[in-house]
Design a protein around this ligand. Sequence first.
Ligand code: ZN
Length: 473
Amino acid sequence: MPYSEFDIYENSINKTDSAAGSVTVFMAKDGDKDVIIADKNPGFKGTDLGNGKIKAPLSHENADVLRQLFPFTAPSRVLGKDRSFGLGDRLGIATPGHIKLFKKYDVYPVFAQQSIRELNLTNRTYEDVLDSATFAVFREGFKKEWGADGDHLKTIKDVEYALSLGFSMITLDCSDHIKTDVTDVNAPALSKEYADKYLGKNFDIGEGITLRFTEAELKTIAGIYSEAIGFAVDMYNRFLKDGTYQADFEISIDETSTPTTPLEHYFVAKELTDNGVSFATIAPRFCGEFQKGIDYIGDLSRFEKEIKIHAVIARHFKYKLSIHSGSDKFSVFPFIGRETHSIFHVKTAGTNWLEAMRVVALTDPGLYREIHTYALSAFEEAQKYYHVTTNLANIPGLQTISDAALPGLFENNDARQLIHITYGLILSRKNADGSFTFKDRLYKLWKQHEDAYTSALVHHIGKHLEKLGLKEV
Ligand code: ZN
């Protein structure tokens, strides 16, 4: 082996033909860092190793070169596939574990998926989010397609930012344009166009379901959603209509205070379609509560009935339902799998962070205790950003728990939410001298215990896929 001086990631060895001839590129360990090695330099910026060989750091510009050379390391449009699954990896270290799992299932992963809020809370950039996925895909030799989601974007600037980097999917968050305070009493007068189009008609959406609008319902729904629809049409025409960017479009109407009714869902889908918007998914707000990092809270039989109608509407217009805040919603996954006929997009994020913290509890109880104690003190601050019904009194005091029992806290919903919503504060916490209180120690630990994190993810995210009705292939 000509590269015996390197500790090579076997699955990363790839050969390409470029203008300069065939180039062998792989990833290897170099001390406590990973590097790219190539036997000729196809454009990496790094250190010359002699004989034309180059050693290149995992920088953004080198990630760009990698994506050019090996298209499987660049994101693809997977939202149009029957099954796709979002894996918000806030730490940039979860993809090897996700790859191990997703190799075995007939579902397309969206490895890179972050909202601007998450970027701010973790002090990351979209470059970094995308590059972390690219490097992991290259290292592990994952040759299936995967996606990158600019999640919950609200502005022209943010959408352009994600698209310009090659993100393969945009989730447009329409919530700022949804007028939730509109009722049939204060709604603006109904336009003639809407009245002619909707009133006195039966909308047969198949599977025995017919929808009908009363005048009051139509007026209210138009009042609530017209501006949001206009916003989505505008953003579509601006970025995607003429093919300037190749990306799938998801319409998110889930960040509202009340559930999306079937009539509302139908109206939004019909108006978008009639206005020429081509979209792959809609994320409605479902009944009950989809709180962060814990199972569904609410009436299961009502959920079962409503998801069925939402799924029929999606099938009628030929797009997929997107399920947001999908972390740990085990009790409703079977309904989602069944009623969508196993055609869905599900997003998770926080649960991947929680699994990383479970590894901390397992491998460094002292550090875990420090962080847990800090999280308790930071909880009130963190609660400003999240809707949760956490009762801290349900979390046993740390002094009553043995080290061996610490990982068990991740079976306690209140402890899960405590650690879940404080992630940004935990990661950004600094000492008086400006150094990070936890962040650097955490990343060091996760690097050391990469296998433990991989096992935790395979187990826990695997449970999501199984409950959705997927089987290993
Ligand atoms: Zn959402």
